[in-house]
Ligand binder design. Structure first.
Ligand SMILES: [Zn+2]
Length: 199
């Protein structure tokens, strides 16, 4: 069995064993006429999904050497983007926070920079500056913007947390709406968030 399969099996076993033990305990209590204590199925499945997604993505990035298939890439200026370093970072995605290492390239001629793996995985546009820090993946950013179209910034963040386990601030949510609005060509119709603590 591969290392990945072993790690995934272990992660599933841990969650399943805990869930079975808690469910059995609750069933025994019900059988004894005690009040029902809910052991919720969906949060457990969500936890397993998040753990698996995290492990799988780390493994995929390792398999692809962080996106470094060559030491040099063709640059649009006619020069070459050269491999410099491999850097880790975290993304807030629809399946929780994902962290992996990606190869970083830079052109000596025009100073353009690139993380090819981010581009190929659809996390960042080819032309987007690599210095721009965006925590949410495009999919998670869009989902949060949709939530914020119908809910307050704070409530939208809470909903996103329930869906994905991600904790984001109302300020990040506001910036996200501006960004999604720019990308989709529509001006954001949402007001600036009221002042308040980060969620
Ligand atoms: Zn260049």
């Amino acid at each position: 069995m591969s290392d990945l399969a072993r790690v995934l099996e272990q992660a599933i076993k841990e969650q399943v064993a805990l869930f079975v033990a808690e469910s059995r305990e609750a069933l025994v209590e019900v059988a004894a006429g005690k009040p029902v204590r809910a052991v919720l199925l969906e949060p457990m499945l969500q936890r397993v999904t998040l753990v698996l997604a995290k492990r799988i993505v780390t493994h995929l990035a390792e398999q692809l050497d962080g996106g470094k298939v060559r030491n040099g890439h063709a640059c649009q200026c006619g020069g070459s983007l050269l491999y410099k370093v491999t850097r880790p970072r975290a993304w807030g995605s629809m399946v929780g926070e994902l962290a992996f290492s990606r190869a970083y390239f830079r052109c000596g001629k025009c100073k353009a920079t690139q993380y090819p793996l981010d581009v190929v995985w659809g996390l960042r546009a080819l032309e987007a500056p690599t210095k721009r820090r965006e925590y949410l993946t495009p999919a998670a950013g869009w989902r949060l913007a949709v939530l914020n179209a119908v809910l307050s910034y704070g409530q939208g963040c809470k909903q996103l947390q329930q869906l994905t386990g991600l904790r984001v601030s109302a300020m990040l949510a506001w910036r996200n709406v501006q960004r999604v609005g720019r990308r989709s060509g529509r001006s954001p119709a949402l007001p600036y968030p009221p002042p308040g603590p980060a969620i």
